[in-house]
Design a protein around this ligand. Structure first.
Ligand SMILES: O=c1[nH]c(=O)c2[nH]c(=O)[nH]c2[nH]1
Length: 303
């Protein structure tokens, strides 16, 4: 008797790169570049255990499907395109029960040329990405997590870190004024959608929430006198929950990218620490890594 069993399996195509142009009659063009991953689950065991490829919707087929559906449908907002893809796979193949779709949207912002928006020229004005992780499950609707990834920010004052636990392992001095830098990874989970039609009907909220999350992240980072990464991210989460009522959970993952002061007193008594600090050493590693998820309280739940 076999000592093992296939306990979980999914397969598909990752890093499907896609670029779409939408051309208006008046010469204005709109572009979207994305990277797509599709992973299918279902009655596919025998392709692993019996070398029977008959249930395999080839990963190449999945890639071609991404291209065809991108031609036939809007790709913006990415949440809707992901839902169209996910629903297609579970509707088209009766033995595929779950479709996982991930989309990363790359920035192409319209150029301003001679003071006005250029109709067909764009620039990469940041390495931050917009992300969508979607699961379409037969009979159970669609779950969507949207997000921002790789948004690199720094503030040169307005950040403190003091009052933390101290013991014999502690070397870090308390500070009331430090440099704070992080690369924001932020996501928001939407309430469950019944199907792609409901996603289509509610599609306006996706771009709005993306803009709001970006704005809240940047405004809070800049304006707040930060007591810690932890307190700042919790504050951001609560604001996103407040402006986007159809979200259920907000998450941040924030590396704390340290900038160390450099003691230069060895050189003719140069003052470069504390209030005299001007030249710092950016650290590539190690970095702090702070994560949290803030969930909407069930209004019916007891406190
Ligand atoms: O905002 C911070 N949170 C920490 O948990 C921590 N730990 C640390 O060494 N520096 C910081 N900064």
């Amino acid at each position: 008797m076999s000592q093992s069993q296939l306990s979980y399996a999914k397969y598909g195509k990752d890093n499907v790169r896609l670029f779409k142009v939408r051309r208006e009659q008046n010469g204005v063009q709109h572009v979207t570049e994305m990277t797509v991953c599709t992973l299918l689950e279902g009655d596919i065991e025998e392709s692993y255990t019996k070398a029977d490829n008959s249930p395999v919707v080839a990963t190449d087929t999945q890639k071609q499907t991404v291209y065809v559906l991108a031609k036939q449908n809007p790709v913006d907002p990415p949440e809707l395109f992901a839902a169209i893809l996910g629903q297609h796979f579970i509707d088209t193949y009766s033995h595929i029960h779950v479709a996982n779709v991930k989309i990363i949207v790359h920035r192409w912002s319209r150029m301003t040329v001679d003071g006005s928006a250029h109709p067909h020229s764009f620039l990469r004005d940041g390495t931050d990405k917009r992300t969508v992780e979607l699961v379409a499950r037969r009979g159970q609707g669609i779950t969507i997590k949207s997000g921002i990834d790789g948004l690199l920010v720094l503030k040169s004052t307005g950040s403190a870190f003091h009052g933390f636990h101290r013991d014999e392992y502690t070397r870090l001095p308390e500070t009331w004024d430090r440099i704070l830098s992080t690369e924001v990874q932020n996501s928001w989970q939407w309430k469950q959608f019944k199907n792609v039609e409901q996603v289509r009907k509610e599609q306006d909220k996706f771009n709005k929430c993306y803009e709001a999350a970006n704005q809240i992240t940047l405004d809070t980072f800049a304006k707040e006198n930060s007591a810690s990464v932890q307190a700042t991210m919790y504050n951001m989460c609560n604001q996103i929950l407040a402006v986007a009522p159809d979200t259920t959970d907000i998450e941040y993952t924030l590396p704390n990218k340290h900038y160390f002061e450099i003691d230069l007193s060895w050189f003719k008594g140069l003052k470069n620490t504390g209030k005299d600090a001007e030249v710092y050493a950016p650290q590539s590693d190690p970095n702090g890594l702070i994560h949290c998820r803030v969930s909407r309280k069930d209004p019916k739940a007891k406190l």
